[in-house]
Design a protein. Structure first.
Length: 242
């Protein structure tokens, strides 16, 4: 993550789940610095007051104080919350309580049963934690065949990672750039462009509808564009109410 270390907290009363979560976070998000790993809600509340974590991974049901109680303390200083739960209905409650994301137990690098992919979830957290003070991209210099084209950012419908390149899609066609998607995100207005998948960033105004196929996978249809773009579970919260 380009913004440096991120202060985090884990609170989970089940030891195997706690160990699994900590291990997976350390593998998938090296920039995350866990200031505290807690076994109950009371210890988590103390840790929040002491460390003011930027992101907290909280079990919803814990002895002492609930994950909801701890979440309110985290949100009080502007931190993000990810709830861990074994039940889908608690995930709904988590979003209603303002959670950034959720993880379904048992925790796995790629969650089963419709839960979000862990890496995509962490990418989404990085995007939300990224400071907005930098200069925004106005032009994209991209390769089109044997030529180089200047593309205004207002022309871009979406960016899609493809091997060593990123595809820049406009109404007039496609171009390729070598700038990584993560680096591009730092220069895009987060109110104009949304990351909807680990490898896709889309212009919000270009979205027509959210689709779901017979396998339960989600995709986006854009206005006047034939492709359906993939949507990861970690980013579905963006479309609540659509």
């Amino acid at each position: 993550m380009s913004t440096g270390k991120v202060v985090g907290l884990v609170a989970e009363d089940e030891a195997p789940q706690r160990r699994a979560l900590v291990e997976q976070l350390r593998l998938a998000w090296p920039e995350l610095e866990l200031a505290a790993v807690c076994e109950d809600g009371e210890a988590a509340l103390d840790a929040v007051a002491a460390h003011r974590p930027q992101v907290a991974f909280l079990d919803i049901r814990m002895p002492g104080a609930s994950g909801m109680d701890v979440a309110r303390a985290v949100a009080g200083h502007g931190g993000l919350v990810v709830f861990t739960t074994a039940y889908d209905d608690y995930a709904v409650r988590a979003f209603e309580a303002g959670a950034a994301h959720y993880l379904l137990k048992p925790l796995q690098p790629r969650a089963a049963g419709g839960g979000p992919d862990l890496q995509a979830l962490l990418d989404g957290l990085e995007a939300r934690l990224r400071p907005r003070g930098g200069q925004l991209i106005r032009w994209i210099t991209a390769s089109v065949g044997d030529s180089v084209r200047m593309i205004g950012i207002d022309e871009v419908l979406f960016f899609q990672a493809q091997d060593k390149y990123v595809r820049v899609a406009t109404a007039g066609g496609n171009a390729l750039i070598r700038t990584p998607l993560k680096e591009l995100l730092m220069g895009l207005d987060p109110d104009v462009f949304w990351q909807v998948h680990r490898g896709v960033v889309v212009r919000v105004a270009a979205i027509d509808r959210l689709l779901r196929n017979e396998l339960g996978r989600h995709g986006l249809r854009l206005k006047g564009h034939p492709e359906v773009l993939p949507v990861s579970g970690a980013f579905l919260h963006r479309f609540r109410g659509m």
